[in-house]
Design a protein around this ligand. Sequence first.
Ligand code: ITT
Length: 191
Amino acid sequence: MKTLIFATNNSNKVTEVRSILGEKFKIISLAEAGINIDIPEPYDTLEENACEKARVINSITRGNCFAEDTGLETDALNGEPGVKSARYAGEGRSFEKNIDKLLTRLKDLENRKAQFKTVICVILNGEQTVFEGICKGTIIKERRGNSGFGYDPVFIPEGSDKTFAEMTLAEKNIFSHRKKAIEKLTTFLKI
Ligand code: ITT
C-alpha cells in the first residue's frame, strides 16, 4: 500500500480523508510522523497556503506529502471568511466563535449562498501539483447537529436538507469539497 504524509494539524481532516480513501493508500499524520510544528498560512489564497504547508513538510521529511487549505466563501460577504476561515474570529481558532461571527455578519442578509473550497497541494518526487474541490450550499440561521467540525453545523449542501453536522461521515462524503479534491488526487496518483 502506498503511503503519503498529510501535512495537517487538524485531526478532523485526517479522519475525513481516511474515510474517503479507505484501503487505497495509507495516510500518515504529522503527529504520527513525529512532527510538531504550527505550519504557517501567510498568504491570501488557499492555493498558496496549501503549497506552503506541503513545501514546509517536504523540506523537513524530504518525502512525498500533501497539504490542503480549505475556506468557506459566502456570496453576501464577498467571499468572507475565505482564506481566513480558521482564524475568522481571532487567533484562538475557535469553531464556536467563528460561527458566531459568521451568523452575526450574515444577520438580516437575504443571500445565504456559500461554498466550501478545498485546495490540495501534493509534492511527489519533488514535483508540485494542485487540485480543487467545491461544495455549494447555504448558511442557515441557527446551528443544527453535533457531528463534523468547523462551520458544519450551519452549512447545508445543495441537494440535501441536513447540515453537514447532521450527517454521518459517509453522508458528508457524498457532497463534500474535500472528497472531490481527494478524488482528483487519487486519480492523479492512479490508485
Ligand atoms: P491545517 O492548516 O493544519 O490543515 P486548519 O484547521 O488550520 O488545519 P485550514 O487552514 O484549512 O485548516 O482551516 C480552514 C478552517 O475552515 C478550519 O479550521 C475549519 O474551521 C473550516 N473548515 C475546513 N474544512 C471544513 C469542513 O469540511 N467543514 C466545516 N468547516 C471546515
